[in-house]
Design a binder for this molecule. Structure first.
Ligand SMILES: NC(=O)c1ccc[n+]([C@@H]2O[C@H](COP(=O)([O-])OP(=O)(O)OC[C@H]3O[C@@H](n4cnc5c(N)ncnc54)[C@H](OP(=O)(O)O)[C@@H]3O)[C@@H](O)[C@H]2O)c1
Length: 351
């Protein structure tokens, strides 16, 4: 049985719809009993309510579940409790985080997960399924690669949950991987021109996304940078945030930003999602200077999140869930992304 926790959120709802479209009958769960009940009853599904910090209620909510698809973020506040209960109940854990600290926290629970015979697979959404598969594909093409760069161009807007997670991380430094270790760098540390295959070279800037953590576990490549294509005004704001860290981290600024986020729509509309696309690019470089480059194109970030998360949850439900901490490509291979409808991959010929 699949249990979707955080099913009432913007992304949780898309994931529930995708699960139903694939013929699943998930059990819905979350902390707000009234909201979950209303959602479940409208869909004719079973539901359970439990706060994330109520271990007894969470144990009861997970009873009988084979797989939890955890959608309640920011995950920095929820991953530990949910992984605790999954370890106790021997339930496979998948989430849709993109937060480095969460990946690293779950990676540190690898031995516990192996002992319990369960899979811990964070990042089953837009970040990191396509980029992780792209990284593993490049490492397969260039096994002696020493440097990896990944870049995103996600079109179509962000959900309230994504913006809340971003607000929580405002004022924090950037991150890259150097010689196998995650190191802090200034926000918007580097910018490079990238050809995403959409007819124009675009400036993309480093961001501390999940792949700085996960691509290392998937490929062993010791030096990793992750870039996102952003408008110049956003880049300038990111650079300014280097000096505004204490201000951005102050309670009053956070509260103002959270209030601004709350007043926005829950996320991109169906039309916006249908119109949008996500473009990814990756490059692996060996010490000799040899390079491998590839691109991925897929549906909008939220559509891709729903399809990828449910696809990986189905694999786990079918019993294909290698125990321990996993990344998407480590568990299911670099080509699992090509099983998601609408995703294509292109190898860029060396020049
Ligand atoms: N990696 C990716 O590619 C990717 C893609 C999509 C989303 N995400 C992440 O997924 C998360 C959810 O996004 P969203 O768009 O669905 O946000 P959302 O619309 O704000 O929904 C958040 C959901 O999580 C629940 N929740 C939040 N904090 C909780 C807590 N402490 N305990 C229990 N439940 C909690 C909320 O419950 P209430 O209604 O009771 O508040 C709600 O059901 C965000 O962190 C976002 O960054 C990541």
């Amino acid at each position: 049985m699949l249990l979707i926790y955080g099913s009432t959120g913007y992304t949780g709802r898309l994931i529930v719809a995708e699960a139903l479209a694939r013929g699943l009958r998930p059990v819905l769960a979350g902390r707000n009993a009234e909201a979950v009940q209303m959602q479940a009853q409208s869909l004719g599904l079973e539901w359970r309510a439990a706060r994330i910090d109520d271990a007894v209620a969470l144990d009861a909510a997970l009873a009988g579940a084979t797989v939890v698809l955890h959608c309640a973020g920011p995950f920095a506040h929820t991953w530990r409790e949910m992984s605790d209960v999954c370890l106790r109940q021997r339930t496979h854990y998948l989430d849709i985080t993109g937060e480095i600290t969460v990946f690293e926290g779950l990676a540190a629970r690898d031995a516990e997960a192996r002992a319990a015979g369960i899979m811990l697979l964070p990042g089953a959404g837009f970040d990191v399924v396509p980029s992780d598969c792209l990284a593993a594909h490049l490492a397969r093409r260039l096994p002696n690669a020493e440097r990896l760069a990944l870049a995103f161009r996600a079109l179509g807007g962000a959900s309230r949950g994504t913006l809340t997670t971003m607000v929580e991380n405002l004022g924090a430094p950037g991150a890259v991987r150097r010689a196998g270790r995650i190191v802090a760098v200034p926000q918007a540390w580097r910018t490079r021109r990238i050809d995403f295959g959409d007819g124009k070279l675009r400036d993309a800037t480093t961001i501390p996304w999940g792949d700085v953590s996960t691509a290392f576990y998937s490929t062993g490549i010791p030096n990793i940078e992750v870039y996102v294509s952003m408008r110049p005004v956003v880049r300038r704001a990111a650079i300014a945030s280097r000096w505004l860290g204490p201000v951005l981290r102050s309670g009053i600024v956070r509260r103002l930003l959270v209030a601004w986020v709350r007043n926005r729509s829950p996320g991109p509309s169906e039309t916006e999602r249908e119109r949008a696309a996500s473009l990814l690019w990756g490059e692996a470089v060996a010490a000799s200077g040899q390079r491998a480059e590839a691109r991925l194109r897929g549906p909008s970030g939220y559509t891709l999140t729903a399809r990828a998360a449910v696809h990986l949850a189905v694999r786990a439900l079918e019993g294909d869930a290698p125990p321990g901490f996993q990344t998407p490509s480590r568990a299911y291979g670099p080509d699992v992304i090509l099983e998601i409808p609408g995703v294509t991959r292109t190898d860029v010929p060396s020049t």
